[in-house]
Design a protein around this ligand. Sequence first.
Ligand SMILES: [Zn+2]
Ligand SMILES: [Zn+2]
Ligand SMILES: [Zn+2]
Length: 229
Amino acid sequence: MANCKNCGAPLSGTLLTCEYCRTRQDVDLSLVHRFTVEEPCSKRICPRCHIPLQTVDLRLGEKFLIERCERCLGLFFDPGELEAFLNKAVTNVHAIDPQRLNEVQNVKRRHEYPVTYIDCPVCRRLMNRINLGSRSGVIADQCREHGLWLDGGELRQLMEWMKAGGKMLHREKELEMARLELEQEKKKVQFDRIDAAFSHTRPEPSRGPQDMDITLLPLIGRLVRWMFR
Ligand SMILES: [Zn+2]
Ligand SMILES: [Zn+2]
Ligand SMILES: [Zn+2]
C-alpha cells in the first residue's frame, strides 16, 4: 500500500485524494507505473482544465504514448490503447474475487466531478459516457474516433478491477449474453417455422377468379338459372 506524499498517511487503493489531508495523489501513474514525459505540451486539450495535455511514455517494453493532464491527472488513451495497457500491466489473474470487486465498484471517487458531458481532447466534440467492464464502477468518456478519457484515479480503479478478476467476470457475462441471444434467435426461427406451417394450410388470400374453387361452379350455375326463371 502506498502512502500520501504530503502527510504520509496510508492511501486506500483507488482514492485520488488523501482521506486525511485531501492532497491529490497520482494514484494512476506515479504510484503504480514508471513513465517519462515525452512532450510537455501536446496539441490535445484537457477536457476538465482546458490546458494542453502532456504526452507521456509508459515504457511498456517499447514506447507506449498516452496523454496526461498535469493538473487533474486525467489520462487520454487512443482507441484500443487502454485495453492494450491493462493487458500488459495486469497479468496472472486466474480467479474472480467477488468481495474485492464489490469494494472496487463502490469507490465513490467519481463524485469529484459533476455528471456532465465533456469535450474530446482532440476534436472538442462532446464525448459519450460509457460503463467500462462489468462492475468496474468506472464510467469513462469516449470519442469513438479519437479515444477514451479517464479521470484521475480511474486507471488505478480499472487495474484493481482487473486484478480482482473483473475482466473474467465481464467475459463470462458477455458469453452469457451471447448465449441468450442465440437462444432467442433459435426460438424466433422455430416460431417462424410454425407460422409458415400454418399459413400453408390456410387458403391463399390473393387468388384470382380463374382459380375459383371448382366446387362452387354448380352452385353458381343453379343460382343463375333460378334468377332467370
Ligand atoms: Zn495526506
Ligand atoms: Zn486536467
Ligand atoms: Zn474526438
